[in-house]
Design a protein around this ligand. Structure first.
Ligand code: PHE
Ligand code: NA
Length: 520
């Protein structure tokens, strides 16, 4: 039974929404962190390997899944996995895969957002602090920790962000999300390009030729082969983890957006376009702002005792300390150096982060709203506020429990790969490779070369699975504390129960008989 569900109104709207989904803090903060911390330019070899062997094939798999689920009226992974697994399995066995898909996607969309939304809120706050010059003349590290301990203020900027998300999602897919991203995404590119041009033009702002933005580019892009050789395993893991994170794979949200396609709308070229737009915003734009700035202004942010040891020590300090906190503590120091212009460029940088994060979070918000709407019959306008409350509750431990954020983040990186593996098991192996390949080419605007089929069937799952086995035990026994473990288990359980309910509701009869009844 084909169901008429909402659809994207325009092709450009769809592409911008998907690009917005993928382009996030991952591009502008996480990517430079990974490059700087994993051997600079040498990191790009495993990175591009992971892009072609994992990123692109899994992106296609998820677009295919989404459009397939949408045909039956589903924008969530539980029922979609069930339907695809049913191609090889009896309904009652297929049900298990539905539960796994539903559990993993629900856990990611709730847990990842518990902290991601706070990071976006911080960016909103810092846009404001930059334009008003609030941290000028202060110790920026102290300023940041004062801000974090001012919970009222933290939740205010968080609240502004999440209310706006709720409004956009509440308006629906074509009238809400699509309209918002059509404004926000072009602006995001403009902000980023202005910042990159400015960074290029800065040269040696302190008048010391050894510290320039060009040095910053050299630092990121000169390949450190020795490092790659000595830490091959770790660097490969970091590279594939970054590919999943940045392309929004293993989360359920690419599928959710693709579920609003028509049954014959192209997925092959559109999936590739999503990857390309994200990679431009990552490798070209994301790599050209924060790190070159940090290197050009190194004497102002690196501690004097480290600086005294010479420029190699200073660069090593930057690569070790670069990361989230860095954006909110060290970069403000740099904006202060620019005087009044710094207020403008600082605000532009944090607004860029806010836009990038917002257009990703909107996809997660929509996943949960769709889940309430389709599976539980809760109206969209009401569902968005239910999601608001869920997010509020899940955000509390992020603010109050030390270390919780990093632990949940470590788990999420693992879980993305796990779900990506199940993507392939369900939608390629169980759905059968030939069906997958036919679906991929249904309405396709390009022809994907045949060897990609075999990359998807064989190479990609091996590449995903190997590091998973290597990391699980450490993660559970060393990294995760009790609050994080409880949160993870709870969300996985709720996700599985929800998926069970959703599948049972619609396919109860065939589960009862254990024979497939409903077919397109
Ligand atoms: N692809 C996103 C990024 O690069 C990851 C993400 C998506 C995070 C959706 C949160 C919500 O930042
Ligand atoms: Na991204």
């Amino acid at each position: 039974d084909m169901e008429q569900r909402e659809r994207w109104a325009t092709k450009i709207g769809l592409i911008l929404a998907m690009a917005g989904n993928a382009i996030g803090l991952g591009n502008f903060v996480r990517f430079p962190t990974q490059v700087a911390g994993n051997g600079g330019g040498a990191f790009m070899v495993p990175y591009f390997l992971a892009l072609f062997l994992l990123g692109i094939p899994v992106m296609w798999v998820e677009w295919v899944q989404g459009r397939y689920g949408g045909k039956y009226g589903h924008g969530t992974l539980g029922p979609t996995f069930y339907l695809m697994a049913r191609e090889s399995l009896k309904p009652r066995s297929a049900l298990w895969f539905g539960l796994i898909g539903g559990a993993l996607a629900f856990a990611t969309t709730t847990l990842l957002n518990s902290y991601y939304l706070h990071l976006i809120g911080w960016s909103a706050a810092y846009s404001w602090f930059s334009i008003t010059g609030a941290y000028y003349g202060k110790n920026t590290a102290q300023f940041f920790s004062q801000y974090l301990s001012n919970h009222g203020l933290v939740f205010l900027f968080w609240g502004i962000t999440v209310v706006l998300l709720g409004i956009a999602v509440g308006q629906g897919v074509s009238k809400g999300i699509e309209r918002w991203v059509k404004v926000m995404m072009p602006l995001l590119y403009v902000f980023a390009i202005i910042l990159v041009i400015y960074v290029f033009a800065l040269g040696s702002p302190l008048g010391q030729p050894q510290w320039s933005t060009i040095k910053g580019f050299e630092f990121i892009w000169s390949p450190n082969w020795g490092y790659l050789k000595d830490h091959l395993w770790k660097v490969m893991l970091a590279a594939s983890g970054q590919i999943f994170f940045t392309l929004s794979l293993g989360m359920g949200i690419i599928q959710n957006y693709a579920s609003y396609l028509g049954p014959k709308d192209d997925v092959a070229l559109s999936g590739l376009a999503t990857v390309s737009l994200n990679e431009f915003a990552e490798v070209v734009l994301g790599g050209s702002i924060a790190v070159p700035l940090a290197v050009a202004y190194a004497p102002k942010i690196v501690p004097p005792d480290v600086l005294a040891k010479g420029s190699d020590a200073a660069l090593a300090w930057i690569s070790e300390n670069f990361g989230l906190g860095f954006s909110y503590t060290s970069l403000p120091n740099i904006f202060v150096q620019m005087g009044t212009a710094g207020r403008f460029f600082g605000a532009l940088w944090f607004l860029l982060l806010w836009f990038a994060g917002f257009t990703s979070a909107i996809a997660m918000y929509n996943y949960l709203t769709a889940l309430l709407e389709e599976d539980l019959g809760i109206k969209r306008s009401v569902g968005t506020w239910v999601v608001f409350i869920i997010y509020f509750l899940l955000g509390i431990p992020v603010v109050y429990i030390n270390g919780y954020l990093d632990q949940v983040d470590a788990w999420i990186s693992f879980q993305l790969a796990l779900l990506a593996l199940f993507d392939i098991i369900v939608s390629v192996w169980l759905f059968k490779p030939d069906n997958f390949w036919r679906e991929l080419h249904e309405g396709a605007l390009i022809n994907v070369p045949e060897f990609y089929k075999w990359i998807t069937v064989i190479i990609a799952p091996i590449f995903i699975a190997l590091p998973l086995f290597g990391t699980f035990t450490d993660l559970v026994s060393k990294t995760l504390g009790w609050p994080a473990k409880i949160a993870i288990l709870t969300m996985l359980t709720i996700g599985a129960i929800e998926a069970y309910y959703a599948i049972k509701k619609k396919y109860g009869e065939e589960l009862e008989k254990n024979e497939v009844i409903i077919k397109v």
